[in-house]
Design a protein around this ligand. Structure first.
Ligand code: 4AD
Ligand code: MG
Length: 430
C-alpha cells in the first residue's frame, strides 16, 4: 500500500510504502535510524540489521542526506516521537543518491541559508512555518466564505497608486506607465459597491528601502471591503477574523507549533474583543513609558508599536491617527477633521502592525478636495471618484499582512522566513 507520512496512523500495524527523502540519519553496528520526510510530514524509519537483507542494511547505512527512495515497512505506535508513530523498515528502493547536500545538520549563517532557500524550505522548521502560513490562508477563506463574502481579484498591474507614490514599482505597460499594485483596496471598493461584502488575497509590492525584520518588497495581503459598514463595525469584523485564524492555527497546527517551540499559552488568549486606544492616548502612553521626544502628529515606528503592545496581551487597535500621516481616502472623524476613522492592529510580543484599516470617504466633494491635496490627477483616478457619484454609501475595509501574521503565530522573528521565496531590499535570488 503506497501512502504518505501524514496518513500513516491510519495504517497502524500494517505494512506500507512511502516515497521519501532522507533528512538525517544515525546508525550504529546493528541498527540505523532514518529521519524521513515526504512533504506531508516527518517520521523515523528504524532499520534493524537482523530484520532486513544485508543489501538493504548497507543501503540504509550508506544513504546520504536528501537521497530519495521508496521505503517499505510496518507502522507502529511510538510514544517517544512527537508524531506518535514510526516505521519498522523492511525494504528500501533507492531512487536517487544525493551528494554533498549543502545544508547539513550543523549551524549555518542566515545569508547562507537564504542563498539556499530552494533547499532550506525542506527543513523541519521552515516546513512548519509554511504549514502555518497555509493554515492562515485556509482559515481566511473559511472565515470570509462562511460570512457571506465574495472573493474578488483586483489587478496587479495598475495605473493608479493607493498608498502614496514614493513606494511604487514602475513598469512599462506598452506605451503607458504602469505600477505593480501596492494594495488592491481602490478596486475592492468598486467591488464592494457591486457585491456588498468582498475580500481579496494577493501579492502586493512596495519599493520600500526598509531593511527591517517586518518589511518585504513583495508581500501578500488579505483585503476585505464592506459596504454599509462603519469604522466601529469594521473593528469588530477584524477582531473576529483574527481570533478565528489564531484558533484555527492552534487547532490544526499542533505539531508545527511544537516544532517551532511556540509558547501557545500566549496565543490561547487571543479572543475578541481586542482593546482599543486612540492615537492621542497612545502618545500619552509613550510619554509615560519614557519616549520623551514623541510629538503629536508623528507616525509611530517599530519601537513605539512594541512599547504600546507591551501593555496588552491581545492585539491592540490604535485608532484615529492624524489625517496628515495617513492615506488620502480615510474619512475624517466628525467634528475633529484633523484625525481620521482608522485603526492599525498591533500584534502582541513585538510583531508590530498586522492590519491597517479605515472607513473610507464617501462624500464626492471631500474626495475631490483630497485628490487636489495629494496631487492625484489624470484619467487613472477618474473611476474611483465615480464610486462617490452613483449611490455612494458608508463603507470600510482593511488589509492584513500575511507574512507578519505568520511571523507572529509561528514565533519567528523575521518575515524573511514566512514567505517561500522572500523578496528583500538586496535579494532577488533564488
Ligand atoms: O497599512 P497598509 O499599507 O494598508 C493598506 O495597504 C490598505 N490599503 C489596506 C486596506 O485598507 N485595504 O498595509 C496593510 C498591512 C500592514 O498592516 C502590514 O501588516 C502589511 O500590510 N504590510 C507589509 N508587510 C510586509 N512588508 C511590507 N513592506 C508591508 N507593508 C505593509
Ligand atoms: Mg499601515
Amino acid at each position: 500500500m503506497k501512502t504518505t507520512i501524514v496518513q500513516t496512523p491510519v495504517y497502524k500495524d500494517q505494512t506500507v510504502t512511502i516515497g521519501a527523502w532522507l533528512s538525517n540519519k544515525r546508525s550504529s553496528g546493528k541498527i540505523a535510524f532514518l529521519q524521513l520526510r515526504d512533504g506531508t510530514g516527518f517520521i523515523q524509519g528504524v532499520v534493524v540489521k537482523n530484520d532486513v537483507s544485508e543489501e538493504t542494511f548497507q543501503l540504509a547505512k550508506n544513504m546520504t542526506q536528501e537521497s530519495s527512495m521508496y521505503i517499505t515497512g510496518k507502522i507502529v505506535e511510538d510514544t517517544r516521537s512527537p508524531f506518535g508513530f514510526e516505521m519498522q523498515v523492511s525494504d528500501i528502493e533507492l531512487i536517487h543518491q544525493a551528494s554533498d547536500y549543502p545544508i547539513t545538520p550543523k549551524e549555518h549563517g542566515t545569508e547562507f541559508l537564504m542563498d539556499h532557500r530552494h533547499l532550506w524550505l525542506r527543513s523541519k522548521k521552515q516546513h512548519a512555518v509554511m504549514k502555518i502560513r497555509n493554515e492562515i490562508i485556509r482559515s481566511t477563506y473559511q472565515f470570509f466564505n462562511d460570512n457571506g463574502y465574495v472573493k474578488i481579484d483586483p489587478p496587479i498591474l495598475t495605473g493608479s497608486s493607493a498608498e502614496g507614490t514614493t513606494e511604487l514599482f514602475h513598469t512599462k505597460y506598452f506605451d503607458e506607465e504602469a505600477y505593480l499594485s501596492q494594495s488592491g483596496q481602490l478596486y475592492m471598493e468598486a467591488a464592494a459597491m457591486a457585491f456588498g461584502k468582498v475580500f481579496s488575497f494577493g501579492p502586493t509590492f512596495r519599493a520600500e528601502k526598509s531593511k527591517t525584520r517586518r518589511h518585504l518588497i513583495e508581500f501578500w495581503m488579505i483585503e476585505p471591503e464592506i459596504a454599509f459598514v462603519n469604522h466601529e463595525e469594521s473593528l469588530e469584523i477584524q477582531e473576529q477574523y483574527v481570533s478565528f485564524v489564531v484558533q484555527s492555527v492552534l487547532d490544526n497546527c499542533k505539531l508545527e507549533l511544537d516544532v517551532l517551540e511556540r509558547d501557545t499559552t500566549k496565543l490561547e488568549k487571543i479572543k475578541a474583543p481586542f482593546p482599543r486606544i486612540s492615537y492621542d492616548e497612545a502618545v500619552d502612553l509613550l510619554k509615560e513609558k519614557g519616549f520623551d521626544d514623541i510629538e503629536w502628529g508623528e507616525d509611530f515606528g517599530a519601537p513605539h508599536e512594541t512599547a504600546i503592545a507591551e501593555s496588552f496581551d491581545k492585539p491592540v487597535f490604535i485608532t484615529n491617527y492624524p489625517a496628515e500621516i495617513k492615506a488620502f481616502y480615510m474619512k475624517p472623524v466628525p467634528g475633529r477633521p484633523e484625525v481620521v476613522l482608522c485603526a492599525d492592529m498591533i500584534a502582541p510580543e513585538g510583531y508590530g502592525e498586522i492590519i491597517g484599516g479605515s472607513q473610507r470617504i464617501d462624500d464626492l466633494e471631500l474626495m475631490e478636495e483630497r485628490y487636489e491635496q495629494h496631487g492625484l490627477t489624470g484619467p487613472a483616478y477618474k473611476w474611483y471618484l465615480e464610486l462617490r457619484k452613483f449611490g455612494s454609501v458608508p463603507h470600510s475595509g482593511f488589509g492584513l499582512g500575511l507574512e507578519r501574521t505568520v511571523a507572529w503565530l509561528s514565533g519567528v522573528d523575521h518575515v524573511r522566513e514566512t514567505i517561500p521565496f522572500p523578496r528583500l531590499l538586496n535579494r532577488l535570488y533564488p
